[in-house]
Design a binder for this molecule. Structure first.
Ligand SMILES: [Zn+2]
Ligand SMILES: [Zn+2]
Length: 98
């Protein structure tokens, strides 16, 4: 699938230790060995804010990316279809139980 890496990581916080932990808490997936970008073999180390490239869904999601891909803001990336997109909306995830 195609996603757009948006510049959200530094502007937002959630109750999880990091956005990568937020992804781990809600994806129900283990962290992949490699960055989910199609050709990348670096380790995923950062929870990146992304939007879906196609369709009308403009919600923000978190996916794990390597540091190099996370640094490429406003860039369209092709990532593995098997990776979960976790909502970055804390009112429906880690902020919901308050
Ligand atoms: Zn969280
Ligand atoms: Zn990468």
């Amino acid at each position: 699938m195609k996603i757009k890496n948006i510049n959200g990581t530094s502007d937002n916080n959630c109750k999880c230790t990091s956005w990568l932990d937020h992804w781990k808490n809600y994806s129900k997936q283990g962290l992949p060995n490699y960055c989910p970008e199609a050709t990348c073999t670096a380790k995923p180390e950062v929870g990146a804010h992304v939007q879906k490239e196609s369709g009308s869904d403009s919600s923000w999601y978190i996916v794990p990316l390597c540091k190099a891909h996370n640094a490429q803001k406003n860039t369209t990336l092709t990532i593995s279809d098997s990776i979960s997109l976790v909502s970055a909306n804390v009112s429906s995830t880690c902020g919901a139980s308050k």
